[in-house]
Ligand binder design. Structure first.
Ligand SMILES: [Zn+2]
Ligand SMILES: [Zn+2]
Ligand SMILES: [Zn+2]
Ligand SMILES: [Zn+2]
Length: 697
């Protein structure tokens, strides 16, 4: 083998052709009723700039990115006549959208002037916009800005909007006042404009929290019909903080507003209501005296919204008749009998059974711990086992019998690290939680979540996994050792792709998703990605009492599922557009490869196929995918003469590993300790192999 200098281009992946696929999302039906889709692909030869931190990049000249060179490639896919391939057009660049601040800078003064106009009496200062009375003094911050009103007109106009913020001109500036101070009274229980003859005045400090602040409001309760105050308030959309003698209300809109902020931005209830206080009075000098600790209201109102959406509002049994798990949003892309499966699906031949296979992933998360706060008695769950969390009653009952059970011991190499994470259990009610989600679409599954009292124990995970599929089975066979219960003929256990490499080699083929029929490109890591959305809630939920925590997390899972389910249609279409041409291409490659092998030695191929088929049926047979251990080490092979084939194969192997690591590092926005550790380890191995490779050169 001739020696090559260190600047060898053999494993310089920066000079490869980068193919980027862009999908234009036009799809629909042609006049013949056939679905069609447009598939656009572009090939761009843009070498990346050298990465100074990457020891694998060797002497790559700097490439200027300012003028991307493009070579438009047109692809024709003969097998898919309905797929047309277009060249990608580069969008025009505009400074206004590229550097918007540059454009805006020119209008700086103009904007400031306009803002200042709003601070003064502006153009409409002479007459009341309602009755033309001279020198109007009042304006509303929540109606359209500009017009000024006299006192009578502004009160009259806000009969139906009593929560607007009013300001009064004091001859120097606009000063805060309120409709409460101007004498507006809100009449409950009657139609607009009617007064109740037997009205009862509400509390003098009656307050309503809205998204624009906290308002004191004069209310008149109606006494004609003997309707309790809470009913009268709920009927105008004000959520009473307490069912008995309410003095504080929250509008349903602000509850919804907070709910979304909390789910999307993880804003804690305290911060949100504190911000509303500042919005009411940013100096904090006027004591509002309003109790704004209303995040419980949000929980309760959200629960009602979930019940409403799940169609249980008219359940004759009332809210307590809600069936287990029925508030969870199911995955519409996973098989559900009688909903998205064709009739007779259960009788398809075994070779097609994969079409109706459900793939779920199970994982634990030790960031979602919970401290010993409150108790189940003081803080019960309002929706026990109605959505994603298992009902704590039967769950705790079951776990009690296995208090002494040890944590799951597997062959996983990072068990030591895991133990470190789970060891601290002092002061904790739960050290983490376990969950099951569908592996392909990453939706949390109903009744598949539970607290872990002590690390990752078999009893917890079995319950969480099996509780509702095999409910009857459980109640009957509860005392069987848990590992026997999962031995169902139609359940196959696999290890997610990222995790598999850290298991011992004998686990690889039997637990590989790659060698499982019908799973496609499922990597099984979906449940892991799901944690990212929940972890943000961890700091606040871990301080909650048990019931509150479960209900809050139920709610978060509902939000996550909903966001995914509304995007599922587009996502699956995109994936299909990517998958179809790829599948055809790969199939073609495979056929060529297979034919070559058969030409060379047909009997060997037939024998391999038989071995694999037998092994699939009976995993105790020798593993056909396992490479027999070699008694020649790399060091020895260097000393001896290396065959050109082995040398090339090592080079390609290194290149493949570099590529996969590079992609992985780019794909990880936030690395866990485990991922970092595994990467460092693999990087070291890779560098060693590169060194070997160079020595052979
Ligand atoms: Zn007026
Ligand atoms: Zn207004
Ligand atoms: Zn009345
Ligand atoms: Zn699914």
């Amino acid at each position: 083998m001739p020696k090559v200098t260190a600047t060898s281009k053999l494993y310089n992946h920066n000079e490869r052709l980068t193919v980027s696929h862009q999908i234009s999302s036009s799809s629909g039906s042609t006049s013949t009723g056939r679905r069609h889709a447009t598939y656009t692909t572009t090939s761009i030869n843009v070498p990346n700039a050298p990465d100074p931190d990457n020891a694998m990049d060797v002497n790559v000249p700097y490439f200027d990115h300012s003028e991307p060179r493009t070579e438009v490639r047109q692809e024709v896919i003969a097998e898919l006549p309905s797929v047309t391939v277009n060249a990608k057009q580069w969008a025009k660049r505009y400074e206004n959208s590229d550097v918007p601040l540059n454009t805006w800078k020119e209008f700086h003064d103009e904007y400031l002037d306009e803002c200042m106009i709003l601070e003064g009496r502006g153009k409409f200062f002479k007459q009341c916009a309602g009755c033309n009375k001279a020198f109007p003094q009042y304006q509303c911050k929540d109606c359209i800005h500009g017009p000024l009103w006299c006192k009578d007109c502004i009160v009259l106009r806000h009969d139906q909007s009593p929560l607007h913020q009013i300001e009064m001109w004091n001859s120097l500036f606009f000063q805060k006042t309120s409709l409460h101070e101007l004498g507006l009274r809100v009449q409950l229980g009657h139609t607009v404009g009617r007064r109740c003859s037997t009205a009862e005045r509400g509390h003098v400090d009656f307050a309503v929290i809205d998204s624009n602040g906290i308002h004191k409001v004069n209310v008149n309760f109606c006494r004609c019909h003997g309707l309790p105050h809470r009913h009268q308030l709920l009927r105008i959309g004000w959520w009473p903080a307490t069912p008995l003698q309410p003095q504080t209300c929250t509008t349903m809109e602000v509850l919804k507003h907070f709910h979304l902020l909390n789910l999307q931005g993880k804003v804690p209830g305290y911060s949100f209501f504190r911000a509303l206080e500042f919005q009411t009075d940013n100096t904090g000098l006027s004591a509002s005296g309003t109790n704004t600790g209303s995040s419980n209201d949000t929980d309760i109102s959200q629960l009602h919204a979930m019940v409403k959406r799940a169609g249980h509002a008219f359940d004759p049994g009332g809210i307590s008749a809600t069936a287990p798990g029925s508030l969870a949003i199911p995955c519409r892309a996973c098989p559900i009998p009688n909903i998205n499966l064709p009739p007779g699906w259960e009788n398809v031949p075994p070779a097609q059974a994969w079409l109706y296979m459900l793939i779920v992933g199970m994982d634990t998360n030790f960031r979602m711990m919970s401290r010993l706060r409150s108790s189940i008695f003081k803080d019960p769950s309002l929706a026990p086992g109605w959505a994603y969390f298992v009902d704590n009653g039967p769950y705790a009952e079951f776990i009690k019998e296995y208090v002494d059970m040890e944590e799951i011991r597997t062959c996983v190499g990072f068990q030591a690290l895991l133990n470190m994470l789970t060891k601290k259990s002092r002061g904790l009610r739960a050290t983490g939680m376990g969950a099951v989600s569908c592996a392909r679409h990453q939706l949390f599954r109903a009744l598949r979540m539970g607290d872990l009292q002590k690390g990752e124990r078999q009893c917890n995970m079995d319950y969480i996994f099996a509780s509702s599929w095999f409910t009857n089975f459980w109640s009957r066979e509860k005392l069987l050792p848990p590992h026997l219960l999962l031995a169902f003929p139609n359940v196959q256990a696999k290890v997610p792709k990222f995790h598999l490499s850290s298991h011992v080699e004998s686990c690889h083929a039997p637990y590989s998703l790659g060698y499982t029929l019908g799973v496609g490109r499922t990597d099984g890591e979906g449940v892991e990605r799901n944690w990212d959305g929940l972890n943000g809630q961890g700091p606040s939920t871990k301080e909650m009492g048990p019931g509150n925590q479960w209900d809050t997390l139920d709610d978060c899972c509902g939000h996550a599922n909903w966001r995914k389910i509304v995007g599922l249609g587009n996502l699956l279409l995109k994936r299909m557009l990517l998958a179809l041409p790829e599948a055809l291409r790969l199939r073609k490659d495979f056929v060529v490869f297979d034919e070559c092998l058969r030409d060379e030695d047909n009997s060997q191929v037939v024998q391999w196929e038989a071995e694999v088929a037998a092994w699939v049926e009976d995993k105790s047979l020798p593993d056909p995918y396992r490479v027999p251990p070699s008694d020649v080490t790399l060091a020895q092979s260097v000393a001896h003469d290396v065959s050109p084939g082995a040398f090339l194969s090592l080079g390609m192997d290194i290149q493949g590993q570099q590529e996969s690591m590079r992609r992985e590092v780019k794909g990880l926005s936030r690395q866990t300790v485990l991922q970092t550790a595994s990467l460092v380890e693999r990087r070291t191995t890779l560098l060693k192999r590169i060194q070997c490779f160079r020595d052979i050169q």
